[in-house]
Design a protein around this ligand. Structure first.
Ligand SMILES: [Zn+2]
Length: 448
């Protein structure tokens, strides 16, 4: 395959732009070769976007009816919404959510999803179901199961076993498009034993731990009260904080913990829209430094939209932030995924890199070059410009349509599954799990 006539953004950090044809052979960007041509004149060819933290099952929750008392805090959002929804998931709804979520990702120019999955009543094999659905669409993914003690010790063990089994399978079979991580919910729903077992599995399998960390004050408070140290310090003590670790959120990490995250060279997925929607506060992005990627936390997977919102939210507090900031965050997401795949060049359009790229049909109204591109990203570009999408050298979207599946059919099936899922929710009450450290913040121990 040769992509001809386009303006190629070969790197997001630093931005590098040139006009040249892109050759693709054997799934990778190549120096030459290819017979078939795809006319990309008038278009931008950019690296595929990475969503560094999502929950595909949320796709079926869009517009879900809610008739309990309105949640007053983050814990109640979990107890009354997400921990009811996840218990209602079965294999068919998990599959439908992965298909429709993966479909939306590709159509919006996202070529890799880092998913964090929970279905406490359908744990075994759930990651295979998601892998199969995403492979059939042709999207790249990094998967894990959300190990937690909130549904009892059997499910904690089953969750960890599912992570182990899948990460081993992905490695053994050298899956083209998928790798596994060890997933865990969050410090406040993990016993010392379960956290230690997760850390052991990650170390043994040489994969990262993917965990929510200090998303809300309740997590940090619980850790301080029960263990005398913050969440990141607890993870570090458990041997669960290293260069492969992916923390989600990190909103309430203190200075000492941020220093620990830096020292470990761990990555953090920032989810601006989710944080705003849950009113949990905002991460200290200035202090968190370079290892910050962007996720959606399940609010779709349009990284144009996510990166733009994250940028404007940040600008509201700091006019010094430039429009290259979201591009550096997206490049960081690609770096993290590249490390999971052992593909250093992932996220670049250069010879030898996996051919994950997006063709944007963008009639630029102002000169476009390396120094102006970040401004175009923040103020002009969007998923509406996504024309074609290639993952691992294969076209998975052409002329705004999936190449392997019918998007209307996928959406219609997802609606059927969502309807069944919502009906099952009627029989599931608020989750009764309460953090053992209590839910008050600031800690009564520090006030009294
Ligand atoms: Zn999340």
């Amino acid at each position: 395959m040769i992509l001809t006539g386009g303006t190629v953004v070969s790197s997001l950090d630093p931005v590098q732009i040139a006009r040249h044809d892109v050759h693709v052979a054997n799934g990778r960007v190549a120096a030459d070769g290819g017979a078939e041509r795809r006319d990309c004149s008038g278009c931008l060819v950019v690296p595929g976007n990475v969503c560094a933290h999502t929950h595909l099952y949320s796709a079926l929750a869009r517009g879900m009816p809610y008739d309990l008392a309105p949640p007053e805090n983050f814990l109640q959002i979990l107890q009354r919404i997400w921990w009811r929804l996840d218990r209602a998931l079965d294999e068919e709804s998990v599959r439908a959510s992965a298909l429709v979520g993966g479909m939306e990702a590709l159509l919006s120019g996202t070529t890799t999803l880092v998913d964090h999955h929970a279905s406490p009543n359908a744990i075994d094999g759930s990651l295979d179901v998601i892998e199969d659905a995403l492979r059939s669409l042709g999207i790249r993914s990094v998967l894990c199961y959300e190990t937690s003690d909130r549904d009892g010790p059997e499910r904690a063990q089953a969750g960890l076993a599912e992570n182990r089994r899948f990460a081993e399978r992905a490695r053994r079979e050298q899956l083209l498009l998928t790798r596994g991580l060890i997933g865990a919910h969050a410090s406040f729903t993990l016993s010392d034993e379960t956290l230690a077992a997760c850390a052991d599995a990650a170390r043994e399998l040489e994969v990262g731990l993917h965990i929510h960390a200090a998303e809300d004050a309740v997590d940090e408070h619980d850790s301080v009260v029960l263990h005398g140290i913050g969440v990141a310090a607890r993870l570090a003590h458990a041997g669960a904080l290293d260069g492969r670790t992916l923390l989600a959120h990190g909103v309430h990490l203190d200075d000492h913990e941020i220093a620990l995250v830096h020292a470990a060279d761990a990555s953090l997925a920032h989810n601006a829209r989710s944080n705003m929607s849950n009113a949990v506060g905002r991460a200290r992005l200035d202090a968190l430094g370079p290892r910050v990627a962007l996720g959606t936390d399940g609010i779709g997977s349009d990284m144009f939209e996510e990166s733009r919102t994250a940028y404007f939210r940040l600008r509201e507090d700091d006019r010094g932030i430039g429009p290259d900031w979201p591009l550096r965050r997206l490049a960081e997401g690609a770096r993290f995924v590249g490390a999971a795949f052992g593909e250093q060049r992932l996220g670049k359009i250069e010879v030898g890199a996996p051919a994950d790229l997006v063709v944007l049909d963008y009639a630029t109204p102002a000169p476009l070059h390396a120094s102006s591109f970040p401004g175009h990203w923040v103020f002009g570009l969007g998923s509406r410009s996504v024309r074609d999408v290639m993952v691992a050298g294969e076209w998975v979207v052409l002329d705004r349509r999936l190449t392997r599946m019918d998007h209307q059919e996928l959406a219609a099936n997802a609606c059927v599954q969502a309807d069944r899922l919502w009906k099952r929710l009627d029989d599931i009450g608020p989750h009764e799990f309460e953090p053992k450290g209590g839910r008050r913040w600031p800690s009564p121990l520090t006030i009294e």
